[in-house]
Design a protein around this ligand. Structure first.
Ligand SMILES: *Cc1c(COP(=O)(O)O)cnc(C)c1O
Length: 386
């Protein structure tokens, strides 16, 4: 058996009895849409994160979409997003007819660079592309920011929240990769006006299919999010007060997630131990930069991502891992401002140099709570050998 990138089977074996009991209970009550498991999961996860409200939904992408819809985002709005993230972060902005304004990342954490963010906000407000590269869309109004907690580490919320307040922008935390992480004692999913996470199977808390959740302390937003996920429903059944989605979390997924959540805090500790072992294995390896978790942050370790000194060196390492039968991934090979779909926004090569460089040099190794020291040694040997 090879080393899996993510090991869902070992996890499943640990909670087999509870999983089947939870699924049996749902099969017995037959409330497959809006079943009682949804409310239970929302309450447990909100309490875990320290958020007042949680709203389950169909995916992390829908969570982001609903957050923007709740804020009334539409054509003419500029939403600031990092260019180095999964596509969904910017996709939802454009789906609503608004314009993503891409911002470069911090070279150490790969998260949104607050200094670049401030320049980008001013550039849009003053319509001055000399301050920061701007999309070729005129008359934009700065509306909001989506900060991403890439690889499991929270973005710089101290700095980003100040900028959001100063410029009157809403802030969404894209916590799809960081559920279980924390910053200065506060859990991820508790930052911004709305935080959004994903239960895609490979995420730190993954289901057996798609799912997601919004978190907020704002009672008004909570009510709108609940309506949005259910076709913009009003107080009465078949009364619709806004345009919404069929964006509900599935009852069976909630039943599965409730079982998985019982061992989740322990798994976050196991992920940290795996990351620590990788750090020890790679700390003296020449030409490789380790992932850096800043003081005050605890990563959820969705990914363990190294930086090779040069693109050529990364190619050699990827070839070496492939030859050894070890899975590897690149998060992400193409920054969003250079994606074909966003070509009409006119961002040229070199416009956001830090993420363009990182895209050519990062690579992610197998990461899951059940990775053994022996398997990690085998991974390290293949990387170092290359
Ligand atoms: C996975 C992910 C999403 C989308 O979540 P889905 O549940 O797959 O829709 C959004 N943003 C980031 C940063 C992600 O990693």
């Amino acid at each position: 058996m090879g080393i899996p990138f993510v090991d869902l089977k070992s996890q499943m074996n640990r909670i087999d009895g509870l999983l089947r009991a939870n699924l049996d209970a749902a099969l017995n009550h037959c409330q497959f849409v809006n079943g009682p498991e949804i409310t239970r999961l929302e309450q447990e996860l909100a309490a875990f994160c320290g958020a007042k409200h949680a709203v389950g939904c169909a995916s992390g992408t829908d969570a982001l979409l609903m957050a923007l819809m709740a804020k009334g985002v539409g054509p003419g709005d500029a939403v600031f997003v990092p260019a180095f993230t999964f596509y969904a972060t910017a996709e939802v902005v454009a789906l609503l007819g608004a314009t993503p304004v891409f911002v470069d990342i911090d070279p150490v954490t790969y998260n949104l660079d607050p200094a670049g963010l401030e320049r980008a906000i001013r550039a849009v407000a003053e319509n001055n592309p000399g301050l920061h590269p701007l999309p070729t869309v005129s008359g934009l109004t700065p509306r909001g920011i989506i900060a991403v907690d890439l690889y499991g580490q929270a973005a710089d919320y101290a700095a980003i929240s100040v900028l959001a307040k100063k410029h009157g922008l809403f802030l969404v935390e894209d916590a799809a990769q960081s559920f279980g992480g924390e910053q200065n004692g506060r859990k991820c999913c508790a930052f911004g006006n709305v935080a959004c996470t994903s239960f895609f199977p490979a995420k730190p808390l993954g289901g057996y299919g798609d799912g997601g959740m919004c978190f907020t302390d704002d009672e008004g937003l909570d009510e709108i999010l609940r309506s949005l996920r259910n076709h913009g429903m009003g107080r009465e059944r078949y009364e619709h007060v806004r345009l919404g989605l069929n964006g509900r979390l599935d009852t069976l997924q909630a039943a599965i997630l409730l079982a998985k959540f019982t061992i989740f805090p322990e798994e976050i500790g196991l992920r940290q131990a795996v990351a620590d072992r990788y750090d020890a294995l790679f700390k003296d390896a020449p030409g490789l930069a380790l992932p850096t978790v800043l003081p005050g942050n605890r990563s959820a370790w969705a990914q363990y991502t190294l930086l090779a000194e040069t693109p050529e060196r990364r190619t050699r390492i990827l070839d070496g891992l492939k030859a050894a039968g070890i899975p590897v991934a690149i998060h992400y090979p193409m920054p969003l401002h250079r994606q074909p779909v966003f070509a009409p926004l006119g961002y040229g090569p070199g416009s956001l140099p830090v993420c363009e460089d990182a895209a050519q040099r990062v690579f992610s190794l197998p990461m899951h709570p059940y990775l053994t020291a022996d398997d990690q040694a085998a991974v390290a040997k293949a990387v170092k050998g290359a």
